[in-house]
Design a protein around this ligand. Sequence first.
Ligand SMILES: [Zn+2]
Length: 155
Amino acid sequence: MKQIEHTTLITVYEHNNELAAADAELLQRSKQAMAHSHSPYSHYPVGAALLLEDGTIVEGSNQENASFPLGLCAERTALANSAINHRGKAVKAIAVSVGTEVAAPCGMCRQALLEQESIQDTPIRILLRGGDETVYAIGSVKELMPLPFYSKNLR
Ligand SMILES: [Zn+2]
Protein backbone atom coordinates (compact mmCIF):
# COMPACT_ATOMS: atom_id res chain seq x y z
CA MET A 1 0.00 0.00 0.00
CA LYS A 2 1.04 3.56 -0.53
CA GLN A 3 -0.56 6.95 -0.18
CA ILE A 4 -0.49 9.86 -2.58
CA GLU A 5 -0.61 13.32 -1.11
CA HIS A 6 -1.83 16.26 -3.12
CA THR A 7 -1.00 19.73 -1.90
CA THR A 8 -2.06 23.10 -3.22
CA LEU A 9 0.11 26.14 -2.67
CA ILE A 10 -2.01 29.28 -2.36
CA THR A 11 -0.41 32.70 -2.08
CA VAL A 12 -2.70 35.11 -0.26
CA TYR A 13 -2.45 38.84 -0.92
CA GLU A 14 -4.34 40.98 1.56
CA HIS A 15 -3.49 44.35 0.07
CA ASN A 16 -3.52 45.57 -3.53
CA ASN A 17 -0.05 47.09 -3.15
CA GLU A 18 1.39 43.56 -2.78
CA LEU A 19 0.31 42.64 -6.32
CA ALA A 20 2.42 42.84 -9.47
CA ALA A 21 1.07 45.50 -11.82
CA ALA A 22 0.03 42.95 -14.46
CA ASP A 23 -1.89 40.91 -11.89
CA ALA A 24 -3.59 44.02 -10.53
CA GLU A 25 -4.67 44.99 -14.05
CA LEU A 26 -6.04 41.53 -14.80
CA LEU A 27 -7.93 41.48 -11.51
CA GLN A 28 -9.36 44.92 -12.24
CA ARG A 29 -10.60 43.73 -15.64
CA SER A 30 -12.26 40.73 -14.01
CA LYS A 31 -13.95 43.05 -11.53
CA GLN A 32 -15.17 45.27 -14.38
CA ALA A 33 -16.50 42.18 -16.19
CA MET A 34 -18.90 41.61 -13.28
CA ALA A 35 -20.95 44.48 -14.73
CA HIS A 36 -21.80 42.28 -17.74
CA SER A 37 -23.09 39.42 -15.61
CA HIS A 38 -26.65 38.21 -16.19
CA SER A 39 -27.47 36.87 -12.74
CA PRO A 40 -31.09 37.77 -11.91
CA TYR A 41 -31.66 34.42 -10.17
CA SER A 42 -28.60 34.01 -7.94
CA HIS A 43 -27.85 37.73 -7.59
CA TYR A 44 -24.23 36.56 -7.58
CA PRO A 45 -22.32 38.35 -10.34
CA VAL A 46 -18.95 36.89 -11.28
CA GLY A 47 -16.39 38.40 -13.61
CA ALA A 48 -13.42 36.70 -15.23
CA ALA A 49 -10.50 37.94 -17.29
CA LEU A 50 -7.96 35.87 -19.21
CA LEU A 51 -4.45 37.08 -19.97
CA LEU A 52 -3.37 35.62 -23.31
CA GLU A 53 0.19 34.98 -24.42
CA ASP A 54 0.25 38.12 -26.58
CA GLY A 55 -0.92 40.35 -23.72
CA THR A 56 -4.55 40.49 -24.83
CA ILE A 57 -7.09 40.43 -22.02
CA VAL A 58 -10.37 38.61 -22.68
CA GLU A 59 -13.36 38.99 -20.37
CA GLY A 60 -16.23 36.75 -19.36
CA SER A 61 -19.10 36.88 -16.90
CA ASN A 62 -21.69 34.46 -15.59
CA GLN A 63 -24.81 34.16 -17.75
CA GLU A 64 -27.80 32.62 -16.03
CA ASN A 65 -31.08 31.35 -17.46
CA ALA A 66 -34.58 30.73 -16.10
CA SER A 67 -33.81 27.12 -16.97
CA PHE A 68 -31.08 26.90 -14.35
CA PRO A 69 -28.91 24.14 -15.88
CA LEU A 70 -28.34 26.35 -18.92
CA GLY A 71 -26.36 28.88 -16.94
CA LEU A 72 -22.70 29.45 -17.75
CA CYS A 73 -19.97 30.48 -15.34
CA ALA A 74 -17.74 33.48 -15.97
CA GLU A 75 -14.66 31.28 -16.40
CA ARG A 76 -16.22 29.29 -19.24
CA THR A 77 -17.67 32.31 -21.04
CA ALA A 78 -14.17 33.83 -20.98
CA LEU A 79 -12.66 30.62 -22.36
CA ALA A 80 -15.29 30.52 -25.12
CA ASN A 81 -14.68 34.19 -25.90
CA SER A 82 -10.96 33.45 -26.23
CA ALA A 83 -11.49 30.32 -28.34
CA ILE A 84 -13.71 32.22 -30.79
CA ASN A 85 -11.93 35.58 -30.99
CA HIS A 86 -8.30 34.62 -30.25
CA ARG A 87 -8.04 31.07 -31.53
CA GLY A 88 -4.87 29.15 -30.68
CA LYS A 89 -3.45 31.66 -28.22
CA ALA A 90 -2.27 30.26 -24.90
CA VAL A 91 -3.83 31.51 -21.68
CA LYS A 92 -1.22 32.67 -19.18
CA ALA A 93 -3.59 33.53 -16.34
CA ILE A 94 -7.21 33.86 -15.35
CA ALA A 95 -8.55 36.30 -12.78
CA VAL A 96 -11.96 35.80 -11.20
CA SER A 97 -13.74 38.43 -9.11
CA VAL A 98 -16.81 38.12 -6.89
CA GLY A 99 -18.45 40.48 -4.44
CA THR A 100 -18.38 38.08 -1.50
CA GLU A 101 -15.44 36.25 0.04
CA VAL A 102 -12.97 34.67 -2.39
CA ALA A 103 -14.59 31.88 -4.41
CA ALA A 104 -12.77 29.20 -6.39
CA PRO A 105 -13.90 27.91 -9.82
CA CYS A 106 -16.57 25.20 -9.69
CA GLY A 107 -15.69 21.66 -10.74
CA MET A 108 -17.00 22.13 -14.28
CA CYS A 109 -14.87 25.23 -14.79
CA ARG A 110 -11.81 23.52 -13.31
CA GLN A 111 -12.26 20.75 -15.88
CA ALA A 112 -12.66 23.32 -18.70
CA LEU A 113 -9.56 25.21 -17.57
CA LEU A 114 -7.65 21.93 -17.28
CA GLU A 115 -8.54 21.13 -20.90
CA GLN A 116 -7.10 24.48 -22.01
CA GLU A 117 -3.99 23.97 -19.87
CA SER A 118 -3.53 20.49 -21.32
CA ILE A 119 -3.90 21.70 -24.93
CA GLN A 120 -1.38 24.51 -24.55
CA ASP A 121 0.92 22.47 -22.28
CA THR A 122 1.80 25.46 -20.12
CA PRO A 123 0.35 26.34 -16.72
CA ILE A 124 -2.49 28.80 -16.28
CA ARG A 125 -2.12 30.94 -13.13
CA ILE A 126 -5.34 31.47 -11.22
CA LEU A 127 -6.06 34.70 -9.38
CA LEU A 128 -9.18 34.86 -7.21
CA ARG A 129 -10.44 38.07 -5.68
CA GLY A 130 -13.18 38.58 -3.14
CA GLY A 131 -15.14 41.71 -2.39
CA ASP A 132 -12.77 42.71 0.40
CA GLU A 133 -9.86 42.80 -2.09
CA THR A 134 -8.22 39.63 -0.72
CA VAL A 135 -6.54 37.74 -3.57
CA TYR A 136 -5.63 34.06 -3.73
CA ALA A 137 -3.04 33.06 -6.35
CA ILE A 138 -2.54 29.47 -7.50
CA GLY A 139 0.20 28.44 -9.92
CA SER A 140 -1.74 26.13 -12.21
CA VAL A 141 -5.09 24.44 -12.75
CA LYS A 142 -3.49 21.09 -11.92
CA GLU A 143 -3.03 22.28 -8.35
CA LEU A 144 -6.82 22.54 -8.03
CA MET A 145 -7.47 19.19 -9.69
CA PRO A 146 -6.12 16.10 -7.95
CA LEU A 147 -6.53 12.99 -10.08
CA PRO A 148 -7.54 14.93 -13.20
CA PHE A 149 -9.46 13.43 -16.12
CA TYR A 150 -7.57 14.08 -19.38
CA SER A 151 -8.25 13.21 -23.00
CA LYS A 152 -5.56 10.51 -22.66
CA ASN A 153 -7.93 8.70 -20.27
CA LEU A 154 -10.25 8.10 -23.25
CA ARG A 155 -7.64 6.06 -25.17
ZN1 LIG B 1 -17.99 27.29 -12.91
